[in-house]
Design a protein around this ligand. Structure first.
Ligand code: CP
Ligand code: NVA
Length: 300
């Protein structure tokens, strides 16, 4: 593994290795035994979109591993004024030991990896959010003891989260059901791959998708960059809500996860979010541990 661009690039064994290391780093951190595994290394973090969790967990993670992190807003970088990604990649490769990038087009992340000579980590694109799903898998495995055979249902927009959940969960032997409007389905190639390689369903019949789930997952109806569609999306997605009636259809002990930020009263009700707050905020915490594992695997 040279980069983390999208989860479909990884094998089941590679994902398992990351999750195992994430668990170990979490245990060591809680015991006050962080090891300086990345002493002297610097991670550049390029942000073309907002972030709370990704920025703070990567930055803190690098410090805990004995390294440094540079926050690079695209507003300040020449990339924001049109310097080509090919040049940015070759320049930054001479200063840094790794780059985490949050941007719009997946191609930009792939190009950074192609033209640069250091590990590239996708910190969210319109297509994928692999770091989030590694933390999600760590959280599910922690609570349920296993991933194999569990059913995860994603309710909402077939967005970056849906795509990465499909790739990550199917690789790990989970069943995946996506409840979304017909016009907002996840990536077609990814769905075809999932159907050929695992137990996968996608439908606008929300209750049928949610039924017998072990994990229910949701995300905002309008992602970053879709602000102008927000009003229209509120109408389209009005029924795509994780609420008590939906949770009644799931298996006993069903978890609820949300990548956050959450819009209470839209994709999730306040009562369901609060009833599952322990899981959702553990999931947010696990961003730190899962990403430290990724950083160590790629940069040590
Ligand atoms: N879930 C997530 O990536 O959060 P941020 O947008 O705050 O980084
Ligand atoms: N789908 C959301 C995820 C945020 C973590 C977005 O892209 O804005």
């Amino acid at each position: 593994m040279n980069h983390l661009l999208k989860l479909s690039d990884l094998t089941k064994a590679e994902i398992t290795d990351i999750l195992d290391l994430a668990d170990e780093l979490k245990k060591n951190h809680k015991a006050g035994n962080d090891e300086p595994l990345l002493k002297g290394k610097t991670l550049g973090m390029i942000f073309q979109k907002s972030s709370t969790r990704t920025r703070v967990s990567f930055e803190t993670g690098m410090y805990q591993l004995g390294g440094n992190a540079l926050f690079l807003s695209s507003r300040d970088l020449q990339i924001g004024r049109g310097e080509p990604v090919q040049d940015t990649a070759r320049v930054l490769s001479r200063y840094l030991d790794g780059i985490m990038i949050r941007t719009f087009a997946q191609q930009e992340v792939e190009d950074l990896a192609k033209y640069g000579s250091i590990p590239i980590i996708n910190g969210l694109t319109d297509y994928a959010h692999p770091c989030q799903v590694l933390a999600d898998l760590q959280t599910i495995r922690e609570k349920k003891g296993t991933l194999e055979g569990l059913k995860l249902c994603f309710v909402g927009d077939g967005n970056n989260m849906a795509n990465s959940l499909i790739a990550g969960c199917i690789k790990m032997g989970m069943k995946v059901a996506i409840a979304c409007p017909d016009a907002y389905q996840p990536d077609a190639d990814l769905m075809a791959w999932a159907a050929a390689n695992g137990d996968f369903a996608c439908s606008s019949d929300i209750d049928a998708m949610v039924k017998d789930s072990d994990v229910v997952y949701t995300d905002v109806w309008a992602s970053m960059g879709q602000e102008e569609e927000a009003k229209e999306r509120q109408k389209v997605f009005a029924d795509y809500q994780v609420n008590a009636a939906r949770m009644a259809l799931t298996h006993e002990g069903c978890m609820v996860l949300h990548c956050l930020p959450a819009h209470r009263g839209e994709e999730i009700t306040e009562d369901v979010l609060e009833a599952h707050a322990d899981e959702i905020f553990e999931e947010a915490e696990n961003r730190l541990h899962a990403q430290k594992a990724v950083l160590v695997k790629l940069m040590k």
